[in-house]
Design a protein around this ligand. Structure first.
Ligand code: SAM
Length: 217
């Protein structure tokens, strides 16, 4: 199958920057207490629901996969970039990491208790976002939890707005638009958090949205 340009471009860009990206997050999420709070709530919900396997999709160098593991989850990572996956495997040989794309996951239907997509939907062209969300819905078990993080914007008239991300073309999303797409697929929203950017980040709001896949009626 021919790979879409946006996947090839994103992979190539992250391959070339993987070592530098890993260095930037060598201290994990120490400087991100609100992000850790949402990840902690996500982990609590997944464990309370039976603690099924959790996939960190677009895991980069695996620092958040490692955090999820430390929170008691059976966490593994998937990323487009072979270089990112090589770094993640070297850092945590005890965890499972594999190369793959969120657009077509090599994961069975209903097999996961949780999906995390932290800043990894940002390179998906707006017209492809519904198919990525459908993959998240497919791989989660009923009752399974989804946590998304992304750069946000407030204008409801614009579902997505492109910005000059340092790595590759990226989109920040209107949070209501994201929530509407997901509830339309059968997710129920549990919480959202919109925080101010840190000094080191682009001057955009940062959104976390936590949802659960509704059980069959
Ligand atoms: C901004 S980094 C975020 C890394 C990590 N999740 C974090 O929180 O720091 C985006 C990552 O998503 C990956 N990515 C982007 N699109 C992807 C896709 N369609 N499938 C899998 N990984 C993807 C990139 O290769 C990159 O490693």
């Amino acid at each position: 199958m021919i790979e879409p340009d946006f996947l090839r471009i994103t992979r190539t860009a992250y391959d070339s920057l993987a070592a530098r990206y890993a260095e930037l997050f060598a201290n994990g999420l120490t400087d991100f207490p609100l992000d850790r709070a949402m990840l902690g709530a996500f982990a609590d919900f997944v464990r309370a629901d039976g603690g099924g396997p959790v996939a960190d999709l677009g895991c980069g160098p695996g620092h958040v996969t490692s955090l999820l593991h430390s929170l008691g989850l059976d966490a593994s990572g998937v990323d487009l970039s072979e270089e990112m996956i090589a770094i993640a495997r070297a850092a945590r040989p005890d965890l499972r990491f594999k190369v793959g794309s969120m657009t077509a996951l090599d994961i069975g239907d209903g097999s996961l208790g949780g999906v995390l997509a932290r800043y990894s939907i940002i390179h998906t062209p707006p017209e492809r976002l519904p198919e990525v969300f459908a993959e998240f819905h497919r791989v989660l078990a009923p009752g399974g939890h989804l946590l998304l993080a992304f750069q946000a914007h407030d204008d409801p008239a614009e579902p997505a707005e492109s910005f000059d991300h340092k790595v590759a073309l990226a989109y920040r999303w209107n949070t209501d638009h994201v929530a509407t797409l997901l509830t339309g697929l059968g997710f129920a929203e549990k919480a959202r958090l919109v925080r101010a950017p840190l000094e080191s980040e682009r001057p955009f709001p940062h959104a976390h949205v936590l949802l659960a896949k509704a059980p069959p009626a």
